[in-house]
Design a binder for this molecule. Structure first.
Ligand code: PLP
Length: 406
């Protein structure tokens, strides 16, 4: 089975009870068991079944199975948002006194969270760049995980996942990869050696911008040694430890579960993932080439001028995502450009059906220090474009007329 067929049929079939061809929304908080014995068995994990939606729910389970299948994981846990997925995945492993190493220029919410973790005695260290050498330079004996995003936003840097996984494993720590921007259609980090994959499903997996959600997918190989990772002392399930603890201790106790309605809407969006991303990545490539041919300073991993072109080509199979950036000379020109666009909406998220545009320096990076902005490649003249599903010719014409007016 190829990707899109697997997406539609792999772990998905008509509802067994009713024959419904879309996943029904189980909009319920709790589930009944016929006898006290049955309830006790479900609680003890000896009988499959549902108890309470914070722990699990059939609508969530359907989405978890589908995304897990696409990522090639051992299992997945749906979360309330991408941030709930990031925070619960990281806190499932780390504890006071631990350190972890991340690439600079992470998604703003993630870097704010990582800063806050210092209050719990968990210290993030940032590598100077994406290379394994840069990561190794800041690793210590307290390092307990490595954390990267498949394409940095808005720097558009692309770490070599395979090389970083090898480094992580040489130090007996796991590699976490946020695959939000690329989705499993472009990149399957577990196959490249990563151990945990995180998504904000609010973006391209949903694709229609109609609900917030997140998901954490566990790989099959990392063993979560309970001496090195004491949080797993009571969860000695080998490679399944992360997953079991994620559901039992994180979503169950911290409470960041996904809403059934959001899982339903995300599942509908997921049906068209490949179709949407084919269109979007092809349009993004055309736009990037169009800008480059006219001498506009454009950054896109699909252009040979990007220092990350080769590694992106290797990891993403000749598709380079929806995001590109332009440098227009001054902040005023950047603002003017945005204000002259007819189709691209001035919006701060990514991964929508509509093309979105943003001035990062005065929005998502407004509270960042000069150092953080430099690490993330954010300059005052930078405009971020997130390509949507419009006719490419209309987008080209619209961007062109806006460029002519600045
Ligand atoms: C949006 C995003 C998040 C956070 O997701 P939410 O669903 O908004 O909480 C995390 N990582 C990346 C790369 C994102 O783009």
């Amino acid at each position: 089975m190829r990707f899109t067929t697997r997406l539609l049929h792999g772990s998905f079939g008509p509802d067994q009870a009713t024959g419904a061809t879309t996943q029904p929304i189980f909009q319920t908080s709790a589930f009944y068991q016929e006898t006290a014995e049955d309830m006790a068995r479900v609680f003890a994990g000896r009988k499959p079944g549902f108890v309470y939606t914070r722990v699990s729910n059939p609508t969530l389970m359907s989405l978890e199975r589908r995304i897990n299948d696409l990522e090639g994981g051992a299992g997945a846990v749906a979360c309330a948002s991408g941030m709930a997925a990031v925070s619960q995945a990281v806190l499932n492993v780390l504890r006071e006194g631990d350190e972890f190493v991340a690439s600079g220029g992470l998604y703003g919410g993630t870097s704010a969270l990582f800063r806050d973790l210092a209050h719990y005695g968990i210290q993030v260290r940032y590598a100077d760049g994406d290379s394994p050498e840069a990561f190794e330079a800041v690793m210590t004996e307290r390092t307990r995980l490595l954390y990267v995003e498949t394409i940095g936003n808005p720097k558009l840097d692309v770490p070599d996942i395979k090389a970083l996984a090898e480094l992580a494993h040489a130090h007996e720590v796991p590699l976490f990869v946020d695959n939000t921007v690329t989705t499993p259609y472009l990149c399957q980090p577990l196959a490249l050696g990563a151990d945990v994959v995180i998504h904000s499903t609010s973006k391209s997996l949903n694709g229609n911008g109609n609900s917030i959600g997140g998901i954490v997918v566990s790989g099959r190989n990392f063993r979560w040694d309970p001496v090195r990772f004491p949080k797993f002392q009571d969860y000695r399930f080998g490679p399944m430890s992360f997953l079991v603890r994620m559901r039992m201790r994180m979503v169950t106790d911290y409470g960041g579960c996904m809403a059934p309605m959001n899982a339903y809407l995300t599942g509908i969006g997921l049906d068209t993932l490949a179709l949407r991303l084919d269109r979007i990545t092809s349009t993004a490539q055309q736009l990037a080439e169009h800008f480059a041919a006219r001498g506009v300073a454009v950054n896109y991993p699909g252009l040979a001028s990007s220092p990350y072109h080769e590694v992106a080509k290797k990891q993403f199979g000749n598709r380079y995502g929806a995001m590109l950036t332009l440098r227009l000379g001054t902040k005023e020109k950047a603002f003017d450009f945005i204000n002259h666009l007819h189709y691209a909406l001035n919006v701060s998220n990514i991964g929508d059906a509509r093309t979105l545009v943003l001035h990062p320096a005065t929005t998502i990076f407004v509270h960042a220090s000069e150092e953080e902005k430099a690490a993330a490649g954010v300059t005052d003249d930078l405009v971020r474009i997130n390509v949507g599903l419009e006719d490419p010719e209309d987008l080209l014409e619209d961007f062109q007329q806006a460029l002519q007016q600045i």
